[in-house]
Design a binder for this molecule. Sequence first.
Ligand code: SF4
Ligand code: SF4
Length: 315
Amino acid sequence: MNDTPRSSEDEEQDEVDLLALRPDINDQDVEVEVFDAVRVLSANPVTPVRLTGTDDFAFRCHKGVSCWNRCCHGADITMTPMDILRLSGRLGVRPAEFLAQYTVPAIFDKADLPVAKLKMAGDDGKGACPFVGDEGCGVYEDRPVTCRYYPLGMASVKMKDMDGLEDFFFLVKEPHCQGHADPQEMTVGAFRDQQGTIPYERVNRGWVDILMKMSSWKVLGGPGGKAPTQQTKRMFFMATTDVDAFRRFVFETKFLNTYEIDATSIEEIKTDDVALLQLGFDWLKTVLFNEPTILLKEQVLQSAIAKARTELGAS
Ligand code: SF4
Ligand code: SF4
């Protein structure tokens, strides 16, 4: 403990020192594949072609192709937060039950964060998707966004001199997929409209932002040079996949006494799962990256400052 009285210059220096410990994620280009277009891992796909929204590509999938349903076996499908809400709603179960029955836990490697993947049949996971049938996808209107994108993948990039993220697309040709032989062309933008990806992307944006930042930090060795802790992983999984667990966390802990959440939003998140997801993303950005997405209540902030001062040895 340091007994020397501290000046405001000392306190400013503490802040500078703490900031210096934080890796500068704007100092590098980062690219993260959010929706992979490789469905059958052993398929040895042709090298992906990078596309923008206005580029054309030729593709059409229909029941007459000899490979019908092939891509719905052994598929590697990461469930986005919106996928989980839509599919559990369709099946008439809550997300926790959907997760337990239809998914397997996995790690999104680039960010070292936990996600859920759709569980394929078979001990080796190379069997059928639980939703595929002779007529094709049995949950077509609510199919996951990765299925909507196929045979495109989507990646998000953050160039070091850019403020926000930029998305780009890549076309992957897996040898078994006959859809590429069809001459029908359309732009990437028209394909996304046709497949209904945009409402999903709007809801999933905060999740993508967090994966991007954690991926950047992983490259740099993690915040303060450390990998995400088990607690960080648990928080991320709860807020982005299991909305009921996050709802209990919000309403049954000190959460609402800690953060400034207005009365209208509190009413909304009691029943609106999408609004609760957005709160979860904002909360994660606050606690993981210190972004001012939700604010601490004044008395909590003051007591946190007082505690930090004590720990730093300030009088
Ligand atoms: S959800 Fe539908 S489209 Fe996606 S793998 Fe399963 S059956 Fe195929
Ligand atoms: S054409 Fe491609 S997307 Fe369509 S069923 Fe065959 S493998 Fe799947």
